[in-house]
Ligand binder design. Structure first.
Ligand code: GTP
Ligand code: MG
Length: 343
């Protein structure tokens, strides 16, 4: 055990010194969870809290990976370092994403200021959310200025990212079936910035208009490539942040400087208004709840005997007790420290 501890310390030192293989190994250990992961995260925690975390979500194939790649390059031009977490969909919608992501992100490989990590969803979304947060922590502690997290725009993952990120970018693209149906209602609430990517394709303008109509909040800033970004809405910005709609052609990098500028404007907005602190509080609360829930479940699972659990299962099967009452009973037994079911 002691030797193992020494090796994680060495890994951390090496990773902080810029060794990419040590960083990759460190992340794998953190992803795997358990006491080793906890020790690493405990050690790194004091160095966290600096990075600005950007979630990039949207339907499969809208160009998220291409966009993240282009954003990373733009950030590098601005002299900032970037950590990228790409959550690979195992969903049948986009089976070839892993290879595709590797190919598209290849031009960043070899750049010291960029680190790219893919994570498999492994079918466990709850576990993935925690693992994602933990890997964000690691990259944050390593001093990356911006962390870009690409999540699949399918199901829970896209909503989870809202509690992990400071700025959420929702990516749309023309030609994804019926324009309006493709824009799901739930996602509108989590977006800080909308991107209509593939602006070189027919129907981009209609997608922008569909978005505007769905947002239904009157005129808003639509940024075209080459235009100056305008953050303030006409009439001032007193009611808070109005998510701009930005048109991009990710494959050619068009609109990407404007997108990065919008992220930076959102970051400045969060800091100026104190909303950053609120989001941080929400992030910490969310993180603590996750850890607490896991810890409590672990503890109870260890303390409720398999026999007691089995007895309870049999009683529920026999309709002698409903599951809610059964759980109450189990928890009560646990509190009294009785290892066996009394009945
Ligand atoms: N015409 C056009 N094609 C684009 C643009 N951006 C991306 N693409 C193409 O769209 C396809 C999907 O791009 P990805 O970046 O893999 O999209 P994604 O959203 O990451 O896909 P998943 O991760 O599988 O959900 C690729 O063939 C890209 O080259 C764009 O602005 N215009
Ligand atoms: Mg992708």
């Amino acid at each position: 055990m002691r030797r193992h501890g020494a090796s994680t310390t060495e890994l951390i030192t090496a990773a902080q010194g810029g060794d990419r293989r040590s960083l990759a190994r460190l992340i794998t250990l953190v992803e795997n969870g358990g006491p080793t992961a906890e020790r690493i995260l405990q050690t790194l925690f004091p160095s966290t809290g600096r990075a600005h975390i950007v979630g990039v979500t949207g339907a499969p194939g809208t160009g998220k990976s291409t966009l993240v790649n282009a954003m990373a390059r733009e950030y590098r031009n601005r002299g900032l370092t970037v950590g990228i977490i790409a959550i690979d969909p195992t969903s049948p919608f986009s089976g070839g994403a892993l290879l595709g992501d590797r190919v598209r992100m290849r031009d960043l490989v070899g750049d010291e200021g960029v680190f790219i990590r893919s994570m498999a969803t492994r079918g466990s979304l709850g576990g993935l959310a925690r693992a994602t947060d933990d890997v964000i922590q690691v990259l944050d502690a390593m001093g990356f200025d911006r962390i870009l997290v690409e999540t699949v725009g399918v199901g829970q993952a896209e909503v989870d990212i809202a509690s992990s990120a400071h700025t959420v970018i929702v990516v749309e693209a023309p030609g994804l079936g019926d324009d309006i149906q493709a824009i799901k209602a739930g996602i509108l609430e989590i977006a800080d910035i909308f991107v209509v990517n593939k602006a070189d394709r027919e129907g981009a303008e209609r997608t922008v208009m569909a978005l505007q109509a769905m947002l239904g909040l009157g005129p808003r800033t639509v940024v075209h490539h080459g235009q100056t970004m305008r953050v303030e809405e006409p009439g001032g910005n007193t009611q808070g942040w109005t998510p701009p709609i930005i048109k991009t052609v990710a494959t050619r990098g068009e609109g990407v400087p404007e997108l990065v500028q919008a992220v930076e404007a959102h970051r400045a907005y969060l800091m100026e208004t104190g909303e950053l602190r609120q989001r941080e509080e929400a992030r910490v609360t969310h993180g603590l709840e996750q850890i607490l829930r896991e810890a409590l479940v672990q503890r109870l699972v260890h303390r409720i005997s398999p026999q007691a659990l089995d007895q309870t299962v049999q009683r529920v099967l026999a309709r002698e007790v409903d599951p809610y009452t059964a759980v109450e009973e189990l928890l009560h037994l646990e509190e009294q420290g009785e290892p066996q079911a009394a009945r």
